[in-house]
Design a binder for this molecule. Sequence first.
Ligand code: G3P
Length: 289
Amino acid sequence: MKIFIDTADLDEIKEAASWGILDGVTTNPSLIKKAVEKMKARGKQISMEDYIKEICRSVDGPVSLEVKGRRYDEMVREAKILYEKFNGVNNNVVIKIPINTAFSPDDEQFEGIKAIKELESFGIPTNATLVMTPEQALLAAKAGASYVSPFLGRVDDFIRKNIGIKHGKMDYWDYEAIELIEQEERKKNIEKGYEGVAAINYGDNGIYSGVELVYDVIEIYEAYGYETKIIAASIRNARQVRQVAMLGVDIATIPFIVIKEMISHYKTMEGMKKFSEDVVEEYEEIFKS
Ligand code: G3P
């Protein structure tokens, strides 16, 4: 599995790259905003162009940069600008296009899909972002997206909010337990003659978690041999990384703090401390030559 870092913070990108485990970077306007605010707080003047160029130079792997427009022609124009300005730096720019740019059901729904199709036809690689359902991922693949980003954490947030579960941003979502509870409740109502069965719905149209969303996308892509690479995105904790890795996902884009969580374990630290304490004189001698 490839590891991308989900940040626009250059310090984080450079540090993760120095660990030798980094295969790419994903950014979005919110992550850029956070990085800019951090720079300003430190009193640093920023040329956004130079900053993005430095991001591109810092990693030998794809760097996703997102458009800001909502209409198909705007997005294609912006994508070309981003590609022309930054791809020359390290030949690694991928353009992030929201799968659907609508703000409401009355808006145009296929602007993103059209932009993906057109950009890929020019040879500009795209990453279909804000993907919350397997069906959206299927459409992204049909439009020829190079990458698709199902948003795990946000799907978990949505489900938890719908069923009224309070949680912290990075909390693990025990969807298997919830699915079992739902099955039990449904069983009881089925025994009563299906009364109220439809009302017992703890998932999002049959999806119980972001991890399950990724599983379904993998299944669909494998069934038809789509070459679109799947990036598990909006990851909030190390356990989600493990679960998507077990599914064989192509890529996980992971926040810096979660990459750090992946390397840490109390018993590893405890073991390390003991090994260090137990080094005897005789063993120490070996390293003195
Ligand atoms: O890669 C998508 C990501 O940046 C969104 O993450 O934590 O804001 O849902 P989050």
